[in-house]
Structure formats: C-alpha cells, structure tokens
Design a protein around this ligand. Structure first.
Ligand code: ADP
Length: 399
C-alpha cells in the first residue's frame, strides 16, 4: 500500500509518498509559488538524486500533475504508474465542530469543508483545491481522506473552549477555541504512550509543539482537555512572527491611534510580532540564540518570553489534569533546542519536574528526565505526514 500525503497551502503544496509496509518515505517534495511567477518544484526521491524544475504552475491542478509525473518519471520517479497509489491523505486545517476525526472525502464532506472555510479563509480553500486537483488528475475512484488539524482537540470540555463573550456568538457564529496542530499532538502523545508501554487511556501527557507556530496541549487519558491555540492559530504563546494571546483591548486602541485597517492589524499580529517583533532580529531561534549570546538584549528577552510562556502553559495544564506523567517536546524548536527545553521546565522541581541537562544534549527520540524527576520529559520528533497516511490507510481498509 502506498499513500500519497498532501499539504496544500494557498500558493504551495508539500507532499510525501509513503510505503505503508515499511512506513518509509519513498519521495517527498514541495511546489512553491503556485499561481505566481517563478513556480518551482523540488522533488526528493529516496535513494535517488533530487530533482528541481522551474516551470509555470498556474493552478494547484498543474502543480499536482507535475508532482505525479515526477513520481512516475523513469529517472527520478519511485513508482511505475499512478495505479500504485492506493489513496490520498490531505492535511486540512479547519474541521470546525463538524469533524472530530479523519474522514473519507465525498461530496457532503466537501460541502462541509466549504462551510468551515469561513474559519480558515487562507487555508481551507487551498485544501479543497488540492482535493479537487487530485480528482482531476487521478480520477474520482482514488479514495481521498481529510485529516484535520482541529479534530484531536474536539474532546475539550466547554469550560475550556468557550470565550467570555456573549453566548450568541458561539451559537450563531461558532466562535470558540478549536486548537490546531492536532495531528502532531496526537502523534507524539501516542508515541509517548508507546514509550511507557501503557495504554494512553492511563496517562496524563502535556505535548509541547514548538515550531514556526507553537502550541501546547493537555492530553488526559488520550483526550485533549485544553490547548493553547484558539479560534485561529494566532492565539496561545508568542511564536516566530505571531503575537499569541494579548490583551484584546490593544487592537481597537492601536487601530484608532494609527488609523490601521483590519488587514493592517492582522498583518502586524501574524507577521511582524512574536520573537521576531520583540527581537527585531529574526523569527528563527538559531539566529536568536546567536544574537543573545553576542549580548543582544532584545533577542534574549524574546527567548525569555517564549520559554516563560511555554512554562506557564505546562504548569497550567498539569493543574488542569491533576498531575502530569510526561511532558513531550516536539517540532523544529522542541526537537532541536536543548536550551529552550531546559529553560521551559526550569525551577519546576517543586512539581516533580526535572530535566537531565546532559541527556538533554542528545539528539533524536530521547528521554531527558533526571533520575529524581516524577514526571518524564521526552523529546519525540513529530511526523504529521505518517499520521495522515496511517489514518488514510485505516479508513480505506474499513471502507
Ligand atoms: P513549522 O511550524 O513550519 O512546521 P518547524 O516545526 O519545522 O516549523 O520549526 C521551524 C523552526 O524550528 C525554525 O523557525 C527554527 O527557529 C527552529 N529550529 C530548527 N532547528 C533549530 C535548532 N537547531 N535550534 C533552535 N531552533 C531550531
């Protein structure tokens, strides 16, 4: 069984072809600048030379056709024909309250996705275009599955997902916390349970996904009871360029004072804020670490804010769950930055949380718990694509 995994953005498309017998990636790649000048495909077949092509891709359908050609190409391809692909799994950003698990895509699901586009106007339409483009390129018979960023968080109780604004906005407009990165939180909490050799239903786990976007989730007995992102992925802790939670009154004050439009203020909060906005240096934590080590105080402040906010969520979620068996760090920063991990759990011995500073330097999947820590601290690389492929396989097997 070979599953094709697609993550379609508004002008980009990431993909992986996964052989489910071995769970190995046969090829992966990226189409950039779809619909704009300078479109480019970067295709990386495992065990063969990478291939790059700069060719116009006016639409996602053109991009997908190029990718499918690359997968079957005699030089840099990895399959002999498209019939080897059993199904296609799509990352879909917003499933609203409609989707609490992955689902086989049909016309009803597509209509529901269109309705959810209201919540994620930049992402969901691209996901739908990706689904339609596959149908066009591979025919309607190839099963397609949607795997939602929001789905894993649908178990949150209302006391965690409601906002303190008039109830009518929930009833009428479905304004509430949804949470994102659900596929990653699900994958790493599942892997943590495997590490314990225990059913996830017996564990209290805090998953800490620190990447370009960052979020924390409280996974109690296999179900999310709270998470830091909100109605949109702008909420929660400050991130690379996103502000995270701020006093909401700041927005109208700034809009009035500087005559800012909604799009000005949205850009400011999404693109000019976070550790980038604080430091004025970069959104990349490697650059921030270098700048801070050279004495840049604002870079150090950005790092301190980031780790302080991470730690606040860890403590809050330990309280929400009445304890914590494991804290799992994942994603670009969580997997690769020992100093961020160390600072995020600093001085938490009083809660039974202590990191082993030496083990924390080791790379890969690693237990970085100090011998006298009650809570395990784990680093587990996330693999959202594999999770999407596994869901896809399971759903088509049960069809
Ligand atoms: P995305 O959310 O786009 O999937 P990633 O999970 O790949 O992002 O995380 C990307 C971030 O990881 C980069 O912005 C960079 O700051 C950070 N990162 C990658 N490698 C390191 C490293 N060695 N040390 C610190 N941060 C790193």
């Amino acid at each position: 069984m070979k599953i094709f995994v697609i993550n379609a953005g508004s002008s980009s498309l990431k993909y992986q072809l996964i052989d489910m017998a071995t769970e190995e990636v046969m090829a992966k790649g990226l189409c950039e600048r779809i619909g704009i000048e300078g479109s480019k495909l970067t295709h990386k077949p495992t065990g063969k030379n990478p291939f790059e092509a700069e060719k116009p891709m006016p639409s996602h359908t053109d991009a997908i056709k190029m990718v499918l050609d690359a997968l079957c190409d005699k030089d840099h391809g990895v399959i002999s024909s498209l019939s080897e692909i059993s199904a296609v799994g799509h990352r879909v950003v917003h499933g609203g309250e409609t989707f609490s698990c992955s689902t086989i895509i049909n016309e009803d699901v597509k209509r529901a996705l269109e309705i959810c586009s209201e919540f994620a106007p930049l992402h969901n339409p691209a996901n739908l275009i990706g689904i339609n483009a596959i149908e066009e390129a591979m025919g309607k018979d190839v099963p397609q599955v949607g795997v939602f960023d929001t789905a894993f968080h649908q178990t949150m109780p209302s006391k965690a997902f409601m906002y303190g604004i008039p109830y009518k906005y929930y009833e009428k407009d479905k304004i509430r916390r949804y949470g994102f990165h659900g596929t990653s939180h699900r994958f790493v909490s599942g892997e943590a349970a495997k590490f314990f050799g225990k059913p996830i239903e017996e564990l209290k786990i805090i998953t800490v996904h620190l990447g370009n976007g960052s979020s924390v989730a409280a996974v109690k007995y296999g179900k999310v009871i709270d998470t830091s992102m909100g109605f949109t992925p702008l909420a929660g802790m400050l991130m690379g360029t996103r502000c995270g939670c701020i006093d909401p009154a700041i927005i109208p004050i700034l809009m009035d004072k500087y005559n800012m439009s909604t799009s000005d203020v949205n850009n400011m909060m999404n693109k000019d804020s976070g550790v980038y906005g604080i430091s004025g240096v970069s959104s990349d934590f490697r650059d921030l670490a270098v700048a801070a080590s050279e004495g840049n105080k604002r870079a150090q402040l950005a790092l301190d804010m980031f780790t302080y906010q991470t730690k606040s969520y860890i403590a809050a979620y330990a309280a929400a769950m009445g304890g914590v068996d494991a804290i799992v760090f994942t994603a670009g920063i969580g997997e690769n930055s020992p100093s961020i991990r160390e600072a995020a759990v600093e001085d938490m011995e009083f809660m039974g949380i202590k990191i082993d500073k030496d083990k924390n330097q080791i790379r890969g999947t690693v237990d970085v718990t100090a011998p006298d820590s009650k809570t395990k601290i784990l680093v587990i690389p996330t693999n959202e694509e594999l999770m999407i492929a596994k869901d896809t396989l399971q759903l088509i097997d049960n069809k």
